[in-house]
Design a protein around this ligand. Sequence first.
Ligand code: SAH
Ligand code: DHB
Ligand code: MG
Length: 246
Amino acid sequence: MPQPTYVAIDDYISQTLIAPTPDVALDTALAASAAAGLPNINVAPNQGKLLHLFALMINARHILEVGTLAGYSTIWLARALPSAAPNGRPPATPHAPAASHPPRVVTLELDEKHAAVARANFITANVADRIDLRVGPALQALPQLAAEVAANRRPRFDLTFIDADKASTPHYLEHAIQLSRPGAVIIIDNVIRHGEILDQSTTDPSTLGIRQMFEQLTTERRVSATAIQTVGVKGWDGLAVLVVKA
Ligand code: SAH
Ligand code: DHB
Ligand code: MG
């Protein structure tokens, strides 16, 4: 089946299920990203909504994202967080977690130019107060987060979305596992790469990083994992989905 069919179906899904009415905040986020010259490598609308639904499925309160870009996926994730308690009081639900750690998306971005676009997008989307954007190399921010967890200054994460430089994915996965609570979900983007992960002659560092991640998972006992291929407006790619065991 030719590629345009995948695109038409993605557009159909987006029009019927994702944004039957215009979503001004997300449309504005993508327009601002393009206007600033950022690459068009955000997740597709139906993938963003899938991230949102994953977060809702597990009632995620503490979400980690590696790779912000203009904050498109971040906004989808932040919208899944429970809204802040009125008057700063803890929610009345009997089983609600302690109010000392409010729901947040911590999102890590290397490039200050990308971060500046994302910051503005978070304000437009009215989610800025739920997002902790940290600028710098993720491999510096992740040990910092681990130190905060160890000092009981923040809880472990319920959900992590790994979507930055693919060569470092194996390292991001190791940090994500250590930062996860038992039962947490980890999603890894771009794990099929138009099938290139099986090209034994490739020297592409991104592809090699993803393949190393698969190899790491064959012996990784702390998680249960699968991967799903996707086609659509982003071409042929895929997502890995992991659950961190107790
Ligand atoms: N999750 C976004 C897309 C992220 S694109 C979305 O779907 O909307 C990947 C991002 O990772 C880019 O903005 C890039 O600057 C960032 N990145 C690359 N290397 C990084 C690093 N070492 N640490 C943190 N972010 C990095
Ligand atoms: C690229 C990165 C992504 O996260 C993505 O979803 C698509 C493409 C890239 O670096 O080319
Ligand atoms: Mg991606």
